[in-house]
Design a protein around this ligand. Sequence first.
Ligand code: PGA
Length: 253
Amino acid sequence: MRVPLIAGNWKMNATVGEAAELVREMLGALNRIDNVEKVVCPPFISLTAVAEIIKGSSVKLGAQNMHFEDRGAYTGEISPLMLAGLCQFVIIGHSERRQYFNETDGIINKKVKAALKAGIEPILCIGEKLEENEAGRMAAVVSRQLELALADIDNLNGTIIAYEPIWAIGTGRSATGQQANETIGLIRQRITNLYGKEAASSIRILYGGSVTADNIADIIKQTDIDGALVGGASLKAEQFISIVRQTAENSGS
Ligand code: PGA
């Protein structure tokens, strides 16, 4: 039984004060919804403030990125050791990190390993570009990203995958539930080939890309989709609460 997970990726939005206000606005309602794992991922600078506010609730905390080294001369970076104990989750390899910060599959592989070593559950993002999708290369691109990100990792326990087609992120053009389910089914099949049936049937695979309160029901009712990574709609308390509530009501996995 895979517990559905909804994670809000706030990206580079909200000051510390605004982050505190946003999580306070959501907390009561989120806390009352069972059978869904609820995660907010504010910017680094707001993690401790948000952690303080959600303490004792069922809402959990994630970071949006981290370095793979524990310490050292890496100006401006945040390490797994700094996040461990504060965050239960960390988003790794988001397409914006790949695109704007030159994160390669090799770096992402190191980060996934570092997160697992630190006891933080990585939410590993993979997904194809529009031109790759149009050229019919979606399955090849996604399989390759998956294999490279998981290279030399023997045990997937605690790993979460997020399928985020780049053409759907921040565009308002979400994949349909059926489209997303087909690709996520392919990803699960790849995991079966790499790690066996048991690992594939227990790993959670999320969909991300323009998820809103209007399309979550169609997405979450699909058999292979175990939740969503939500960007824009996670910045509006009402939208995010509605997404989590509909997930609790409609989850098909
Ligand atoms: P979006 O972002 O929901 O705004 O499309 C999703 C993501 O980048 O994780």
